[in-house]
Design a protein around this ligand. Structure first.
Ligand code: CAA
Length: 384
């Protein structure tokens, strides 16, 4: 049987970083609430010339440079924070990367679950024709109102994945456990740049979707809990993954010692919530960690408010470490430019009407930038 999964992956983030210790000091909150209580240290914040397109294209660039575009006939762009109500953000990426016209390009949305919807659709396409490869881009800017409980869980980042047969990083196994329910736990109305959220309901909806998806996974012949060596969860904040593991241990009666490694938190603690990319940032961090994961099975849980949950598994391929780009993500995180609280609050408040031409200042050092609006159309350019 053809194995299909993640052949390569890369992560990009935003130009700026906000330190949660600064946010805590300004809010008069004990910094341990964010560092320990939420499990977050900092969050990435976009410059005025960055958005989900520039981050998504930056994440996909090293993959296209390494593998070329041959055989890539589909680009799936997953986001909760898209830049247009009609046109796929993927088409801007397609143009910026100079991909061939013989492709289908589409955007997928279901809050933070969109990245997994794109991955599973990509697997379906490759299983139909194993000579094809699919470029999946998950990119988001997580934004809540200033001074709201969600503010310390903001973030920004993108993960790009090449999905192919006989993958070099992680084979995705065929069984998925699914759970969908209509829940008003988190959403973003069309006229709002920030999410509306019921924090307590969102956490309980996440945990209900987890146990319900686990039961469906077990009912469909998924791996037993004792056959799963590691876990990676959607991480709106990293403490949520610890809550999820605890719930799964109670639900299954398994001890689940050692399956949730510190390594899987490393990037998410620094990025903040990256919605559709969050689970995949956790996987990237796990693979980049010190542990030898060859032939190990990873349990994966994806959650998108509203709400959809999917529990599935991936098996890490021998030789995966030769595909990784050592130091790339830590370097990108370290290169971010700190924002003071006043600058951050000013940038957060900026809202530009879509019917007025705009020229953005050149700030980002990323390979692509959002140059502004001309006749209501978004303009992007390569920076170098
Ligand atoms: N030292 C250490 N820990 C402390 C502390 C201190 N001084 N003070 C508080 N804490 C702990 C609390 O005990 C709590 O931990 P536990 O939950 O383990 O008990 C934690 O810090 C948070 O404290 P609160 O519950 O008081 O925090 P809050 O009410 O201010 O907000 C939140 C928490 C509801 C998660 C809020 O950040 C939020 O609304 N975030 C956005 C929504 C979200 O991320 N939901 C997650 C599930 S939905 C999802 O996954 C989809 C998605 O991406 C959005």
């Amino acid at each position: 049987m053809t194995t299909i999964g993640i052949d390569d992956m890369a992560l990009a983030t935003a130009h700026h970083v906000v330190d949660l210790a600064d946010l805590a000091a300004a809010a008069g909150v004990d910094p341990a609430k964010y560092r320990v209580g939420l499990g977050q240290d900092r969050f990435a914040f976009p410059a005025p010339d960055e958005d989900v397109v520039t981050m998504g294209a930056a994440a996909a660039l090293p993959i296209v440079e390494r593998h070329g575009a041959a055989g890539i006939r589909t680009l799936l762009f997953a986001t909760e924070s898209g830049v247009d109500q009609s046109k796929s953000a993927g088409l801007f990426v397609h143009g910026l990367l100079g991909l061939p016209p013989q492709m289908r390009v589409v955007e997928l949305k279901q809050a933070c679950y969109g990245g997994t919807a794109a991955l599973q659709a990509a697997i379906g396409i490759v299983s139909r024709n194993p000579s094809e490869r699919v470029l999946v881009v998950a990119s988001d800017v997580a934004r809540y109102e200033l001074d709201s409980p969600g503010e310390p869980t903001q973030g920004a980042g993108a993960v790009a994945m090449l999905v192919a047969a006989d993958p070099r990083l992680v084979e995705i196994e065929p069984v998925s456990g699914l759970s969908s329910a209509h829940v008003d736990d988190f959403w973003r109305p069309n006229d709002s740049s920030t999410a509306v959220v019921d924090g307590a309901l969102s956490m309980s909806a996440y945990l209900s979707a987890l146990t319900s998806a686990w039961d469906d996974f077990a009912a469909h012949g998924g791996a037993g809990i004792d056959e799963i060596d590691r876990f990676a969860f959607h991480q709106p904040f990293t403490k949520m993954a610890r809550k999820a593991l605890r719930r799964l241990a109670t639900h299954t009666g398994a001890a689940l010692d050692d399956v949730l490694q510190e390594a899987t938190f490393a990037y998410n603690r620094e990025l903040g919530n990256t919605y559709a990319a969050s689970l995949y940032a956790g996987i990237a961090a796990l693979l980049d960690g010190d542990d030898d994961l060859a032939d190990r099975r990873i349990g994966l849980f994806s959650y998108g408010s509203g709400a959809v949950g999917e529990l599935f598994t991936g098996v890490v391929r021998p030789g995966y470490d030769r595909v990784l780009r050592p130091g790339a993500v830590p370097d990108a995180l370290a290169a971010r430019v700190p924002l003071g609280l006043a600058e951050y609050r000013a940038l957060h408040a900026v809202q530009h009407p879509s019917d007025v031409d705009l020229t953005t200042p050149s700030v980002t050092k990323a390979p692509f930038r959002f140059a502004g609006l001309r006749g209501r159309a978004r303009q992007y350019e390569r920076t170098a």
